[in-house]
Design a binder for this molecule. Structure first.
Ligand SMILES: [Zn+2]
Length: 149
């Protein structure tokens, strides 16, 4: 029996939605389900530990900031992305490791600020892309998403 995924359907059109989120694979299925619910059955993904955090200088470093901005701009422009969904998640290991001295609440506040900062950068540099921000929480082994303002 073949263990490859040969023969999977390929759609040559680029999706017009992009999700920028953390690499944490425990959230991958839930993020894809959220995007489907929002009306985006297909998506470009930009995943990196911490996700949108890396667009904010205080939670990133200059090399990561530049690399992520470059990747994001490339996708928005070259793939004609119209909808960008930024997602942060509860218990993110990136934040826990970088801000190990901060409380759970302080980290959550920081994540929400970072989502706004990422949105601000996108609005400034890619004003035609619509941005939505979500915070993923885990309760009773279920992921739920809160839209943030
Ligand atoms: Zn994470």
């Amino acid at each position: 029996m073949s263990k490859t995924a040969d023969g999977h359907p390929f759609d040559a059109t680029h999706p017009d939605a992009l999700a920028l989120y953390c690499s944490d694979g425990r959230f991958t299925d839930a993020v894809e389900a959220l995007l489907r619910k929002l009306g985006y059955p297909r998506l470009d993904t930009l995943t990196i530990p911490g996700g949108p955090a890396l667009l904010e200088m205080l939670s990133s470093d200059s090399a990561s900031l530049i690399a992520l901005r470059k990747s994001l701009s490339f996708l928005v422009v070259a793939h004609h992305i119209k909808h960008v969904v930024l997602i942060a998640h509860e218990g993110c290991g990136y934040y826990k490791s970088r801000f190990s001295y901060e409380s759970k609440d302080a980290i959550e506040k920081r994540q929400l600020k970072d989502l706004s900062s990422a949105e601000g950068w996108l609005q400034k540099h890619h004003p035609t892309a619509e941005v939505a921000k979500y915070y993923a929480r885990v309760h009773a082994a279920r992921v739920s998403f809160e839209q943030t303002t």
